[in-house]
Design a protein around this ligand. Structure first.
Ligand code: AMP
Ligand code: MG
Length: 493
């Protein structure tokens, strides 16, 4: 058993590196090594993420990969670091945070940042142990891949490794490391950090880096009075608005929308106490630690705007004009409702916008809430019903049948010019059969704790292609069992 990271890295697993974040300089991070874990083993791998990185099957499943992705051996060419950021947590300025348990191995030559989450303490760990437990790592791994399967922008997950190494939470659990991948892990909180510390040069370096790498169109000088920083704020506002529209449409609650968990690329990142809605309860709070309900499902779009406001304040020294910053931020208020309508029209299989779409959508959301209808099952049943023209399976979901029938009448008027088979086909490609409900994740976790990763693999396979029927797996698309409501997911991870 090796307990010190092997300093003479012998393998690169075929990965080539180009460390662009690291080139920003020491104001932005601390270089360090992951802390090894004893006796690592595989928990899960994602072949599609391996393909993204150009990692072949043999390399992915090698012992070198197991050691490297647990943090026990450095990959040749990697340059591990933990980045510094700050942020607002639950509406309050929290000061410096930083990668407390994430270690960036670097950026591949093909432009993917690769991070180990749970690979030991960093200078930003504060009181934390730098570790992640198996259950939360499985949730992050599965949800990253599930969101990607749903077409929602997200960080990806290459693999999870586990170790018998003990980790103390409410009880003693075991350690795991998720290797996650994104074009960039830069957060709103990175900008807030340098703004709060009055480090304007670093703030500009970071903004220029993000623009040049990820938003080159903001340089072209045509948008927002030729100010690249307000153009950046506008672009991030628009991406975030589209992401929120997708979260709301798919029924995803993030749970901890602190500014340090907001991606500058508009990706879903930092999966913690997230949840996909079972019954449609607009005020649902998925994070057991969120006693005020700040991050309730129906508050997410407003919270995102609040977070963008924090980003705007951080960028203000660069933008140099408050009105310009406000104008950039305002784009959120037009893009979010538009993007939400696009998402909801797609769920209804309506190809063209028409008058009264808003009322149609508001109408069904109100009925779903009043009747406490299961959100994914409603949309999937409606998709089938449009094709078969048998509405009974949909009507069965509602206590208020008269209310639903009225709505169905309105819906059929909206669908009048559509070919129903085509409409149903579109809907079945928009409304997933499989989502990562809490109880499904929990089942995979319980099995994994006993050393059985079959459940995790099955779930992963279903969630990678959530719109396919997957015959023989209807149990994974069924109503949640009664015990699902007693699952408590908190920030403890
Ligand atoms: P979160 O809201 O869970 O994404 O994390 C907020 C902050 O706490 C970030 O700076 C994390 O890196 C840090 N953090 C969370 N858990 C741990 C841990 N177990 N050890 C060290 N830092 C942690
Ligand atoms: Mg975080």
């Amino acid at each position: 058993m090796t307990l010190t990271a092997d300093s003479d890295a012998r393998t690169d697993l075929g990965l080539a590196w180009d460390h662009r974040f690291a080139a920003l300089g020491p104001d932005f991070f601390t270089e360090l090594r992951p802390t090894p874990l004893p006796s690592p083993h595989w928990v899960g791998t994602s072949p599609s993420v391996a393909q993204l990185l150009g990692l072949d099957e043999a390399a992915l499943h090698s012992d070198e990969a197991l050691q490297a992705f647990t943090g026990n051996r450095l990959l040749a060419g990697s340059r591990p670091l933990a980045s510094v950021y700050s942020g607002h947590q639950f509406g309050v300025w929290a000061g410096q945070l930083g990668d407390g348990r994430a270690i960036l191995l670097g950026e591949t030559a093909s432009g993917w940042e690769v991070q180990l989450k749970g690979a030991g303490r960093t200078p930003y760990s504060r009181m934390g142990d730098g570790r992640a437990v198996l259950r939360s790592s499985i949730r992050e791994f599965l949800c990253s891949e599930a969101m990607h399967g749903l077409g929602v922008p997200t960080s990806r997950a290459l693999c999870i490794t586990g170790s018998p190494g003990p980790v103390r939470r409410e009880e003693i659990e075991t350690a795991a490391v998720v290797t996650r991948v994104a074009r960039s892990f830069v957060r709103f909180g990175h900008f807030e950090h340098f703004a709060a510390n009055g480090q304007e040069a670093a703030l500009q370096t970071l903004a220029d880096y993000v623009i040049d790498r990820y938003y080159p169109e903001c340089r072209d000088g045509t948008g927002l009075a030729g100010n690249p920083y307000s153009a950046l704020l506008q672009a991030v506002s628009e991406r975030t608005a589209r992401l929120m529209a997708q979260w709301q449409a798919v029924g995803f609650c993030h749970g901890v929308m602190n500014t340090d968990n907001m991606s500058i690329l508009g990706l879903t990142i930092d999966y913690g106490p997230f949840q996909f809605l079972d019954a449609f309860v607009p005020g649902h709070v998925c994070n057991h630690s969120d006693s005020q309900g700040r991050y309730a499902y129906n508050r997410q779009p407003n919270v995102a705007y609040w977070n963008l406001f924090c980003l705007a304040q951080a960028l203000l020294p660069l933008i140099g004009d408050q009105d310009l910053a406000k104008q950039a931020l305002e784009s959120y208020k037009t893009v979010f409702p538009e993007a939400f309508m696009v998402q909801m029209r797609a769920k209804l299989g309506l190809v063209e916008a028409s008058d009264g779409d808003g009322a149609l959508i508001d109408g069904i959301l109100l009925l779903l809430a009043q009747n406490g209808v299961d959100y994914p099952i409603f949309w999937r049943r409606l998709s089938h019903a449009v094709g078969t023209q048998d509405m009974e399976p949909v009507r069965d979901l509602f206590a208020d049948r008269a209310g639903l029938d009225q709505w169905l009448l309105l819906y059929s008027e909206h669908s009048m010019h559509m070919d129903l088979a085509h409409q149903a086909d579109l809907m079945l490609k928009t409304n997933p059969k499989f989502v990562l409900r809490n109880h499904l994740g929990e089942q995979a976790i319980r099995a994994a704790k006993l050393g059985d990763f079959g459940e995790l693999q099955t779930l992963q396979r279903l969630l990678e292609r959530p719109f396919d029927e997957h015959p023989g797996h209807d149990a994974y698309a069924a109503f949640p069992p009664d015990w699902a409501s007693s699952i408590e997911i908190s920030c403890s991870s």
